[in-house]
Design a protein around this ligand. Sequence first.
Ligand code: HAM
Length: 426
Amino acid sequence: MISAVKGMNDLFGRRAMRWGRMEEDIRRIVENANFTEFRTPILEEIALFKRGVGETTDVVQKEMYDFLDKKGRHVAMRPEGTASVVRAFIEHGIAMNEPMPFKLYYIGPFFRYERPQKGRYRQFHQLGIEIFGDETPQMDAEMIFTACRVLEHFKIDYEVHINSIGCKECRPAYREKLVEYFSSKKEHLCEDCQKRIDTNPLRLLDCKTCNPKAKYHDIPVMTDNLCGSCDTHFKQLKDALEIFHVNGIIDPFIVRGLDYYTRTAFEIVANTGGSQNAVAGGGRYDNLVSDIGGPDTPATGFAMGLERLFDLISEDFYTEPLISAGYALCDEAVDDLVHFAKHMSHHPVRFFADYKPKKFKKALQKADKAGAEFMFIIGEDEAKDKKILMKNLNTGEQKLFGQHEVILIVNELLNYESGKFSATKV
Ligand code: HAM
């Protein structure tokens, strides 16, 4: 049997419906905050991610789906969205052609060859937002606030962890301090971290394998080593977050797994106790546009894992639509049912017809299995009198209508639906 590729999921039925609604809600929230959609291709030249995300990151070194295409070009399936958006921002001269700040969002699939587990997949989906052309800490605060608004809409319990990881001016000296600190502890570090001392010492701070931050309590932290302007930026970020009522917990061990960040770095964790509880992460990346060959442009953004968000949304957040089903109990009733289905299709009710004639008992079983709450029946008598029988499967109540009385029937269904949902949902 051929099955799905490991770490990649199918989505259908009730889950697909809920997922679709979740995406609609997200789009509405971010579009109201003046973000417009930005779509980029799944495939990019691998050089983009090497340069953008960083040669020494796990994402680039271990996790990319990359291959040579038929003409021998080395391409990769996007592991994240920021580098692609930056590439497109430069390619389309957006800095020259659009008013700044330029605010965009994307929703789509991303690919990382990680060890699959709950909340971690090889194809996963993100909502991302990016804001170009604004260096203010207040814009960082608005960006973080936007992530919080999404989570609050879905009634998720979360914590925001913030940090500043400095800039080109102050980070090199801090990096040296870390190298010096960890060099004497090399033998107690995992193999990856031993290499990271030379390649990417900041990543030692959030290593989950040897977990240095749990073992050593005097590790130098970036927030004590910021230059004057980064320090002011971080203070102003905290002030602006307070105005937005975002309670940011300062966490000097947030360093992020991607290399492009400057100053603000943040992660949002859900208070569920699960291991994959980072639901969103991001920060400022003031050098990325120029590093990829574009004009000097400050930028900030985040991405939220949609599988993780989906799992956090409570089962009763979305009410199920009312479903109704129509059945013919004899051959003579089939054309009447076709007419009825055609008329019902013009109305905002969820109705489906099953045209294969069957006994009443079988129709009842099928309607029940499909989760229908109302059943419409055309039997021999109804076909003769041009009637249709409506049965409420919750109460057993039955009503006879003329087959052309579709408006009356639809009103009956809509009234029932709105009464039901106002009784169950606040
Ligand atoms: P990231 O932290 O790598 O950041 O990913 C953001 C979120 O995507 C994570 O917090 C997590 O919820 C979700 N995620 C990541 N990998 C997986 C996976 N394998 N399976 C399921 N969910 C996953 C970025 O991608 C940056 N581009 C964010 C950003 C935007 N920074 C600035 N702008």
